[in-house]
Design a protein around this ligand. Structure first.
Ligand code: NDP
Ligand code: 8X3
Length: 252
């Protein structure tokens, strides 16, 4: 039986490509994000293209009450979530620590760390009851090594790394898989968001090499869910050929 997948941050980038791939493979999906217009048009398109069911939940992962009420408001049929992709996240700013903006810091910590926790806590009890489930957390190479000016974004992704390990330990007795996927640079809306809409700066992040695409990462997320019951990818670090770690990219 195909499992329902809930994907956070499905209005763009990795999340949107992941929603498309799960739909293509026959899963009913729940897609979430703050931009409801995008959720609705994606829902319409995927239902027509793939004949699957799509539910949309429009909420800000930073607001615990919104997260709780959206997920607890699902019907019994839709509560049966087998796969949770904790993808919603962002970088905001790329400044030396002494020049950092505390609004940027709050956004990153509240979204990447606390938001992931709120969504997980709303969904894990159902998985425990059903004694099965698969949580996929989107970390980053920034959660493996810190790079100059990455300070707080890197800290938030190091937290995702630690939370993924903690989840795996705590959920082990309950038969729930926990996978962390830690990508390097991929060309999505990520850099436009990081540079507060400055397109020139965002594009420059991908100059001189071939970055990964959202579809590359969606393929790996989906693949991790296709393994036999007794196998779990715990941690997958993936970069383009041009990238060696979080701070060394070979540009020509
Ligand atoms: P995008 O900016 O393209 O997409 C980010 C998604 O997250 C959007 O759908 C956005 O939806 C959602 N989101 C952001 N903030 C919130 C919020 N407060 N509440 C709900 N949803 C939110 O970026 P990517 O697809 O690249 O990023 C996805 C994840 O991958 C992030 O966790 C990022 O840190 C991580 N990552 C990205 C890499 C890259 O190079 N692109 C590499 C490694 C990791 P909306 O605005 O509609 O709410
Ligand atoms: C996003 C990729 O290289 O900006 O996690 O940290 S990077």
């Amino acid at each position: 039986m195909k499992r329902i997948a809930l994907i956070t941050g499905a209005t763009a980038g990795f999340g949107k490509a992941t929603a498309e791939l799960f739909a293509e493979n026959g899963h009913d999906i729940i897609i979430t994000g703050r931009r409801n217009d995008r959720l609705q048009s994606l829902k319409k398109r995927l239902q027509v293209e793939w004949g699957i069911k799509v539910n949309t939940l429009c909420f800000d992962v930073r607001h615990e009450a919104e997260v709780k009420s959206a997920i607890s408001g699902l019907s019994e049929e839709w509560k049966n979530i087998g796969i949770l992709v904790n993808n919603a996240g962002l970088a905001s700013g790329l400044d030396p620590i002494q020049n950092g903006n505390s609004e940027d810091w709050d956004k990153m910590i509240d979204t990447n760390v606390k938001g992931l926790l709120y969504v997980s806590q709303a969904i894990i009890p159902g998985m425990i009851e059903r004694k099965s489930g698969h949580i996929i957390n989107i970390g980053s190479t920034a959660g493996k090594e810190v790079y100059p000016n990455g300070n707080v974004y890197c800290a938030s992704k190091h937290a995702v790394d630690a939370i993924s390990k903690g989840m795996r330990l705590d959920l082990l007795p309950h038969g729930i898989k926990v996978t962390q996927i830690s990508p390097g640079a991929a060309d999505t809306e990520f850099s436009t968001v990081r540079f507060h809409g400055d397109k020139a700066k965002a594009d420059a992040a991908y100059n001189g090499y071939e970055p990964m695409t959202a579809e590359d990462i969606a393929g790996l997320i989906y693949y991790s869910t296709t393994l036999p019951r007794h196998l779990c990818i715990n941690d997958l670090v993936v970069t383009s050929l041009a990238q060696a770690n979080s701070y060394v990219i070979h540009r020509t």
